[in-house]
Design a protein. Structure first.
Length: 230
C-alpha cells in the first residue's frame, strides 16, 4: 500500500486576540502518516485535541509549523502552504470529512444535498441523484423525507444525511469525527459497511471512534494525540 498522507513536525497554537493576543500552544512536533486502505483511530481523552488535529488535516485550522502533505491528483501538495483554491480542490476530489454537525442551506431538499458533492466533481446530475437515493435507502432514511430539508430531521437522521453526503464521493482520504454517534445499532453497522467498502477501494480513513466496537472492527492502527500536547 502506498503512502497517501504524510505529516511532519506539525505544531498548532491559538491566538486569543480578545485577551491581548495571548498565545495558547496545543500541539508540537506531530509526525503521522497513513497508507491507502488503512484505518487509523485517533485516541486520547476528551479534550485531548483529536478534533483539532482532524481540522488541521482538513485545513480548517492553520498550522503554526510543519507540513501536511497529501497525495492529490497524482502529486504531493502541502496543505499548510496551499492556496484557498487548492484547498477547495482537495476537498472536492481527495479529502472527505464527516463532521459531528450537518451544515446545509435551508429549504434545499435532502436528495440534492447528498448528491451535490458528486455533482461538483463533474458527474452528471441524474447519476449523482441515483447514487444519493441508494445511500439514503441503505441508511434507512424514508423516501418521503428525501424532498424535505434535513433541518427538520432528528439528530440521528441528520447524521445519516451527513454520512451519505460524505460517502457519495470515493475520496482517497476520509476524515470521520464520531461518525456513529447518535446512531442505532442497525445504522451503525451500515456505516461500518460503508467504511469497509471504502477501505477495499483503497481509501485511507482517519477516525475518532468512541465506539469500542467500531475501533475493534474497522481500525488497522491507532494514533495517540496526547503525546504531542504542549
Amino acid at each position: 500500500m502506498s503512502k497517501i498522507l504524510n505529516i511532519k513536525n506539525v505544531g498548532k497554537s491559538f491566538t486569543l486576540h480578545t485577551q491581548g493576543s495571548l498565545e495558547i500552544p496545543v500541539f508540537k512536533g506531530i509526525d503521522f502518516s497513513i497508507k491507502a486502505g488503512e484505518c487509523i483511530a485517533l485516541t486520547g481523552a476528551s479534550g485531548a485535541g483529536k478534533s483539532t488535529f482532524m481540522r488541521m488535516i482538513y485545513a480548517n485550522y492553520i498550522c503554526s509549523q510543519g507540513s501536511i502533505e497529501i497525495r492529490h491528483k497524482g502529486d504531493w501538495l502541502n496543505l499548510v502552504a496551499a492556496t484557498p483554491h487548492e484547498v477547495i480542490d482537495v476537498r472536492c476530489h481527495t479529502l472527505g470529512y464527516v463532521s459531528q454537525f450537518l451544515r446545509v442551506i435551508p429549504r434545499v431538499a435532502t436528495l440534492e444535498i447528498v448528491a451535490e458533492p458528486l455533482i461538483a466533481t463533474g458527474v452528471a446530475k441524474d447519476i449523482a441523484i441515483e447514487k444519493a437515493k441508494s445511500l439514503l435507502a441503505r441508511l434507512r432514511i424514508p423516501e418521503h423525507l428525501w424532498t424535505l430539508s434535513p433541518l427538520t430531521f432528528s439528530g440521528g437522521e441528520q447524521q445519516r444525511v451527513n454520512i451519505a453526503r460524505s460517502f457519495i464521493v470515493d475520496y482517497p482520504i476520509m476524515l470521520l469525527d464520531e461518525p456513529t454517534a447518535s446512531l442505532d445499532q442497525a445504522n451503525r453497522h451500515t456505516v461500518f459497511d460503508f467504511i469497509e467498502e471504502a477501505k477495499k477501494k483503497g481509501t485511507a480513513v482517519i477516525g475518532i471512534f468512541h465506539d469500542q466496537e467500531a475501533r475493534d472492527t474497522l481500525c488497522t492502527g491507532t494514533f495517540d494525540v496526547t503525546q504531542y500536547q504542549v
